[in-house]
Write a protein that binds this ligand. Structure first.
Ligand SMILES: Cc1cc2nc3c(=O)[nH]c(=O)nc-3n(C[C@H](O)[C@H](O)[C@H](O)COP(=O)(O)OP(=O)(O)OC[C@H]3O[C@@H](n4cnc5c(N)ncnc54)[C@H](O)[C@@H]3O)c2cc1C
Length: 385
């Protein structure tokens, strides 16, 4: 089989890339996914994901959220689908100094960049958002809830309508000599001119040693339905929220509020990870709710899910051409906070694939292990989601 562009991985990043390549060129694009597009194992498939502009003092990511917000709006217009529900984001101050520092730095950055942020004292907080308890909070006006599975299907159908082909197969080996090709576990050989690798938590098996590696981690999500007043937790009334060690999304796309730990839990083999949620995690989410969102603390658990992060050492993404072979483009290591950037990352990976100049400086996202920025203590804190 021959194709112009072969994309490994049909999660949100692979699909967004396929769409961006096909909407501006006549290239033949093939997306391979080991479990099929829209599968339940990939990191992209869940009811909802956080959108936020708050990135502490990190101006690069903050600027990228602004571009991404425009691109989500364009995608909604193009597809006729509502994908991003604006809710705002409330960053609740607590006892964790890393989280508190991140919240305050986000407030300052958003204010300095003219993006809209409010500081709320206890009284203002409780009168504006009676769901929450905290001594202080910062409100990011652009926070919101992305309907994740719907966005995945939207990219899929737009890509399909532009002629992208899809196959269920597992890439085993990439050979990039004079006749570049991928071999699959199912016995196919696929020749390509360009290859894009967006295989999320499974990427290490396709990487040479000189390239940045990832650690797949197991993350647990719990959906609570409050015993009373679900209306207070609908997106029209309830913002996305961050507490000391947890984050939550209002009941959008499902009649329940998602709560999950921000912390990384455990490194796993992506093929063997336990996909059920532990009772201790449910208890820890309830404890966090007791302090910050009391009406949820006794809520009924209506859904749980385990998803894998693909963590780089410093939580920065990898978005780069192979430093030694420009036929190969990498997009991985989205470290638990990539979804909100999917339309932008799709655009950037398409630009790299089509030999165009990327619209952002991608120095920080280098694939070259030796050029990566050193991790800072607690770098992941406030970076997930
Ligand atoms: C619990 C959780 C919560 C999150 N919350 C947020 C959030 O609120 N906001 C936010 O911005 N981000 C969030 N993220 C991060 C975001 O969801 C991910 O960064 C994003 O979905 C990654 O997409 P991807 O396409 O790179 O990977 P994936 O969606 O994992 O897709 C990779 C695909 O590659 C396929 N594949 C793997 N190996 C091969 C192979 N050898 N051959 C062929 N196919 C292969 C897999 O089957 C899979 O379908 C969260 C992630 C998790 C896990």
């Amino acid at each position: 089989m021959k194709t112009d562009v072969c994309i490994l991985g049909g999660g949100i990043m692979g699909l967004a890339t396929a769409y961006n390549i096909c909407k501006s060129t006549n290239s033949k694009v093939l997306v391979l996914d080991r479990y099929g597009v829209g599968n339940d194992f990939c990191s992209s498939n869940d009811v909802n994901r956080v959108f936020r502009c708050s990135y502490g003092s990190d101006e690069l990511y903050t600027k990228m959220t602004v571009s991404s917000l425009d691109l989500w709006t364009m995608l909604e217009r193009k597809s006729g689908q509502k994908l991003l529900i604006p809710t705002g984001l409330i960053l609740l101050q607590g006892q964790n100094s890393n989280s508190n520092g991140f919240n305050e730095a986000s407030f300052k950055t958003l204010s300095r960049m003219g993006l809209g942020a409010d500081r709320l004292d206890k009284e203002e907080l409780e009168s504006r958002f009676p769901q929450f308890r905290a001594p202080e909070g910062f409100f990011d006006h652009h926070g919101g809830l992305l309907l994740a599975s719907k966005a995945l299907h939207t990219f899929h159908s737009l890509a399909e309508s532009h002629g992208v082909r899809f196959a269920k197969a597992t890439a085993r080996k990439v050979v990039s000599s004079d006749r570049p090709h991928v071999t699959t576990e199912e016995g196919q050989t696929i020749e390509f001119r360009k290859l894009v690798v967006t295989t999320g938590p499974w990427t290490n098996s396709l990487l040479e040693d000189r390239l940045a590696r990832i650690t797949p981690t197991r993350q647990q999500l719990v959906y609570f339905r409050p015993l009373n007043r679900l209306d207070l937790f609908r997106p029209e009334k309830c913002p996305v929220f961050f507490t000391d060690e947890h984050y939550g999304l209002p009941a959008g796309g499902i009649d329940a509020v998602k709560v999950s730990p921000k912390e990384l839990s455990e490194a796993v083999d992506p093929d063997r990870a336990n996909r059920s949620v532990d009772d201790e995690q449910i208890s820890s989410c309830r404890e966090a709710c007791k302090r910050f969102v009391p009406a949820l603390a006794d809520g009924e658990v209506v859904r749980t899910k385990v998803c894998l992060y693909d963590m780089t050492e410093n939580s920065d993404f990898v978005i780069d051409r192979d430093p030694e072979d420009s036929k190969i483009v990498y997009g991985y290591g989205f470290s638990g906070h990539g979804f909100k950037f999917a339309p932008l990352i799709g655009q950037l990976l398409a630009q790299l694939t089509l030999d165009e100049d990327p619209s952002f400086n991608l120095e920080r996202f280098t694939a070259k292990r030796s050029k990566r920025r050193k991790p800072v203590l607690g770098a992941h804190l406030g970076k997930g989601e």
